[in-house]
Design a protein around this ligand. Structure first.
Ligand SMILES: [Fe+2]
Length: 236
């Protein structure tokens, strides 16, 4: 079930080793101190379980909205400039469907997006727990970063957690099968595929060679729930 939680961003963002917020790294060189599941057991799980109002201190920011209603989610994201759609699959896809089969199943939707002219390249990525590099891949995108291009994904199977830092809000969007999301270039965000990643997503690119992560150095991501914690706390 798709879930959106909007938090009031907790103040007191920290930077990595005093680096300025515009410190940048390539996608292959995430900060050494990037957050990871082994982080402190207390004070970092965020407020998702309580939903109660409170002072905006690290780990206790207020929850402004929590919804599993696609219409509510779409409206809340649209109001913030984030694209979101549901593309129900017309036909069931095999768990081991090839990229070509997936793209054929969603050809009308892909054509519609590409007709806008922004994303001429589409590919498919599938990650499962038996992928030898899944921990490193997870770690890479757990720290807040931006891209110079939009990050556009369509989830064909499994799930993933997009976290968007928009001014004084943090949006956590648990995407599942049939969710399409378009995060504009320059948006501060992080992504958690979970300790046992299980997803397949179509990726839309303007220029895949130019799609690199620039890490902000802000450790804000450490103060919000990860995918597994959010699932456990919400019961979704
Ligand atoms: Fe990203």
């Amino acid at each position: 079930m798709t879930l959106l939680v909007i938090h009031a961003a907790a103040p007191g963002s920290m930077t990595v080793d005093g680096e300025a917020d515009d410190a940048s790294f390539t996608a292959g060189a995430a900060p050494q101190s990037a957050p990871f599941p082994g982080r402190a057991a207390t004070g970092d799980s965020g407020p998702a379980g309580s939903g109660s109002a409170g002072s905006a201190t690290p780990g206790s920011a207020r929850v402004l909205l929590r919804s599993c209603d696609p219409a509510v989610i779409g409206d809340a994201l649209a109001a913030r400039g984030i694209g979101f759609e549901r593309w129900p699959a017309a036909t069931a896809l095999a768990a081991d469907a090839s990229a070509e089969e997936i793209m054929a199943a969603y050809a009308p939707e892909i054509e519609r997006v590409q007709a806008l002219g922004n994303y001429p390249t589409v590919d498919a990525i599938r990650l499962t727990p038996d992928h030898p590099d899944h921990q490193a891949l997870r770690r890479k995108f757990l720290a807040e970063h931006t891209h110079s291009e939009d990050e556009v994904r369509f989830f064909v199977e499994g799930r993933g957690l997009f976290c968007l830092h928009l001014g004084d809000e943090v949006l956590q969007l648990l995407c599942e099968r049939n969710d399409w999301i378009a995060v504009p270039a320059g948006t501060r965000h992080w992504f958690d595929m979970g300790p046992e990643p299980q997803f397949c997503a179509l990726r839309f690119f303007e220029n895949p060679e130019g799609w690199v992560a620039r890490f902000s150095g802000d450790r804000i991501a450490e103060r919000y729930p990860l995918l597994d914690a959010l699932l456990a706390e919400t019961g979704v």
